[in-house]
Design a protein around this ligand. Structure first.
Ligand code: PLP
Length: 390
């Protein structure tokens, strides 16, 4: 008899659960740094890997393992390795898979700390990065060198929601023997499954939608057992692994991920449609809108447009700040993926450290506002924005 296959919403609730001798219904939180052995012989067998089992929570922990199994089931991955944050996941991916002299091709529109990591940390160890357009597939091909080992992208991108064609870029990566890593933070496996489109590695900042309530930091790297070997080895030795407490929070977050992503998406589409009709809004960026330049690709690759909406107000920075400063309900913060709607002015916060020229080249104007749409009633979000849009 083969094991039954389950739908994502079922996996999100059940996958990975292992009960202790007490038969608890909700997953247990194993707050222990180490594990006890029955004998010297058992300790020896565990340490040399002859017998499976827990040794120390920097290596494995039952609560963390349950989270890893559940996320792996949702992404359709052979293995998931949990990390202390999304950045720890990206660091582990690079350190586990690359060596000095290797080359990365990455999308221009990456999360700011990822660019910082590539430019200022791993570069010191002899790994170079070339940045190319998120949307122009030909640029990825043109940037290939004999030393290219990793393609890295994030789709939709932050804050302009540019869509990278995962299947097309994966073909180029395969043809040159490189791995494709996709940061799937904005969509989560509920809206987009990069492995089905040819990705080799999936990265998560669980801090965002997987927690979904803005409480704890965490991340994950997923892929084949073979590709995860070095990633896990790096983490186990260097230490930025996930804590049992955070894993427990993420397990509970995953259980409601499907209904939250559906609700975030429905709210975002309604808000984006409303924003497009506002006279003081020059342009709206949302993959779910037919006006988005890659709407068709987005709808092929993702189940919905997701929960992030950006828009440009007429009147530049002063007008954008007026909208932000007139909100009462929305949280002025750079975080995203929360039940509470957040509002950000990218040009003066998340993208303030890059030069005005680089910002302009990236299309991040002074009038741009990013909204990570929460689970409030859309009418209340609209009213909160309308005050400053007058
Ligand atoms: C937040 C974020 C990260 C980094 O995650 P942390 O948990 O903050 O370390 C990486 N990628 C994307 C797309 C993010 O939004």
């Amino acid at each position: 008899m083969s094991a039954p296959t389950y739908q994502p919403e079922t996996l999100a609730v059940h996958a990975g659960t292992v009960r202790s001798q007490f038969g608890e219904h909700s997953e247990a939180m194993f707050l222990t740094s180490s594990f006890v052995f029955e004998s010297a012989a058992q300790a020896a067998a565990r340490f040399i890997g002859e017998q499976p089992g827990n040794i120390y929570s920097r290596f494995t922990n039952p609560t963390v393992t349950m989270f890893e199994e559940r996320l792996a089931a949702l992404e359709g991955a052979e293995q998931c390795v949990a990390t202390a944050s999304g950045m720890a996941a990206i660091l582990a991916c690079v350190m586990g898979l690359l060596k000095s002299g290797d080359h990365i091709i990455a999308s221009h529109s990456l999360f700011g700390s990822t660019v910082n990591l590539f430019n200022n940390v791993i570069k010191k160890f002899g790994v170079e990065t070339t940045y190319v357009s998120a949307t122009d597939v030909a640029q990825w091909q043109a940037a290939v060198r004999p030393s290219t080992k990793l393609f890295f992208l994030e789709t939709p991108s932050n804050p302009l929601t540019e869509i990278s064609d995962i299947a097309a870029i994966s073909k180029i990566a395969k043809s040159c023997g490189a791995l494709l890593a996709v940061d799937n933070c904005f969509c989560t496996p509920i809206l987009q499954q990069p492995f089905t489109l040819g990705a080799d590695i999936v990265i998560h900042s669980a801090t965002k939608y997987i927690d979904g309530q803005g409480r704890v930091l965490g991340g994950a790297v997923l892929g084949s057992k073979k590709n995860m070997e070095g990633v896990y080895g790096f983490l186990r030795t260097t230490g930025p692994t996930m804590s049992a407490f955070n894993a427990w929070v993420f397990l509970k977050g995953l259980e409601t991920l499907k209904i939250r992503m559906d609700a975030h998406s429905a709210n975002a589409l309604e808000l984006a449609t409303w924003l497009e009709a506002q006279p003081n809004v020059a342009r709206v960026f949302y993959p779910g809108l037919p006006s988005h330049p890659q709407h068709k690709l987005a709808m092929r690759q993702q189940k919905t447009g997701g929960g992030i909406v950006s828009f440009e107000v007429k009147g530049g920075k002063a007008a954008a700040w007026q909208v932000i400063d007139n909100t009462q309900l929305l949280s002025i913060t750079a975080n995203l993926g929360d039940t509470k709607t957040t509002i950000t002015h990218p040009a003066s916060t998340t993208h303030a450290r890059i030069t005005p020229e680089a910002r302009a080249a990236a299309g991040i104007s002074d009038g741009l506002i990013r909204i990570a749409v929460g689970l409030e009633a859309v009418v209340d979000i609209q009213n909160d924005l309308a005050r400053g849009l007058k």
